[in-house]
Design a protein around this ligand. Structure first.
Ligand SMILES: [Zn+2]
Length: 363
């Protein structure tokens, strides 16, 4: 049975409040989805290409699973593009041209009538907003701080994936590429395994020479990538494009922004799939946990699957761990997270190490 309008409104409001979108954001999201489908979870577009409340294409694996799945998948992808962008433009970017590099690029080159169309639905959805959105900014409702770091994200979907066979991800694993590099490293790697080479990762990531980070989505995290043999079905895999397991700590710290974004993605996925957003280890040293965040060598040494030893001993796991804690705490304790004594101590240690590296470099 299709979801009722009240059901859809409740789901949208719940996701907004859970993910820290305010009342104005909620209005924009409700309006856009009304324009897309009239909030019906069982309608095709006239060309039989897009389906459901958010009119999702075949890259959304759960689009036939009803209102709940459609709306949460919409938010999952909206979240990834968030950060300093007007909510209306953000939605236009996601719904009209998600492969384009930015919301601004959509505004410069896209079909601007879409913005007028979705805004025309404010009148339709306002009664639902008033009925279900209990808090407004003026009355001090709960909101989660938007701590998303700056990065550019777009998909280059790979054909190299499998069903998870009913398993849920319980590991987030880091990898090196052992080749590649340059400002378009993440995009180049994603293209390399788009439809060949029998390998894939959920994410490729790289930091360009100007410090900007690019994340390419290659396999939906509901599906298994081809990264770690028999451990594929229960892991999410991210590859630092252009990296090598032989890198030194200093080599890795040139990708510090990408390391920070990788931690953010790990926390988002840990939260989504319900595994701990904590570090088991990297570079051959692991604690006893079987679920959490680790690297490919964990699969080799602990799970006894395969022979790979990335990401290597030079990977700055202390820096990565601080970033994990930063994003995990912000997610767990809104609205005013304060770092624990442990995190503060390791932040100080990292700071001291960075200071000494800067001193050595003489600038
Ligand atoms: Zn690997």
């Amino acid at each position: 049975m299709p979801a009722s309008k009240d059901d859809v409104a409740r789901i949208i409001v719940r996701e907004c409040q859970h993910r820290g979108y305010n009342r104005d954001d909620c209005l924009a999201i409700m309006s856009a989805l009304w324009q897309e489908s009239g909030w019906r979870d069982d309608v095709w577009d006239p060309t039989h290409t897009t389906y459901g409340i958010a009119q999702q294409d075949g890259s959304y694996p759960k689009r036939f699973d009803g209102a709940e799945a459609q709306v949460t998948a919409f938010f999952d992808r909206l979240d990834r593009k968030r950060g300093g962008v007007d909510i209306w433009l953000l939605i236009c970017w996601l719904q009209q041209a998600p492969n384009w590099p930015s919301a601004q690029f959509w505004w410069d080159h896209g079909r601007r009538d879409y913005l007028t169309e979705i805004k025309s639905r404010i009148v339709n959805v306002t009664p639902y907003l008033d009925k279900f959105f209990k808090y407004s900014p003026a009355t001090g409702g709960p909101s989660v701080p938007d701590n998303r770091p700056a990065f550019n994200e777009f998909p280059i979907w790979s054909d190299n994936f499998s069903d998870r066979g009913g398993k849920k991800p319980s590991l987030f694993l880091l990898h090196t590429q052992e080749g590649g590099g340059g400002n378009a490293a993440a995009e180049n790697l994603a293209n390399w395994f788009k439809s060949a080479n029998n390998v894939s990762y959920h994410y490729t990531i790289s930091q360009a020479s100007d410090g900007g980070v690019t994340v390419v989505d290659c396999v939906d995290t509901d599906l298994a990538s081809w990264s770690v043999l028999d451990a594929n079905s229960y892991s999410i895999n991210l590859c630092f494009a252009g990296s090598k397991a032989a890198w030194t700590r200093d080599d890795w710290l040139k990708q510090a922004n990408a390391i920070d974004v990788a931690a953010y993605l790990a926390v988002q996925d840990a939260k989504k799939y319900g595994f701990p957003a904590t570090l088991i280890g990297t570079g051959g040293a692991y604690n006893n946990a079987k679920a959490g965040v680790a690297d490919h060598q964990f699969v080799t040494n602990v799970l006894k699957i395969g022979t790979h030893t990335d990401v290597g001993p030079g990977f700055p796991k202390d820096v990565f761990n601080v970033a994990l804690a930063k994003y995990a705490n912000a997610a767990a304790q809104p609205p005013a997270p304060s770092p624990s004594a442990d995190v503060l101590a390791s932040l100080k240690a990292v700071r001291a190490e960075l200071d000494s590296i800067i001193a050595k470099l003489g600038g």
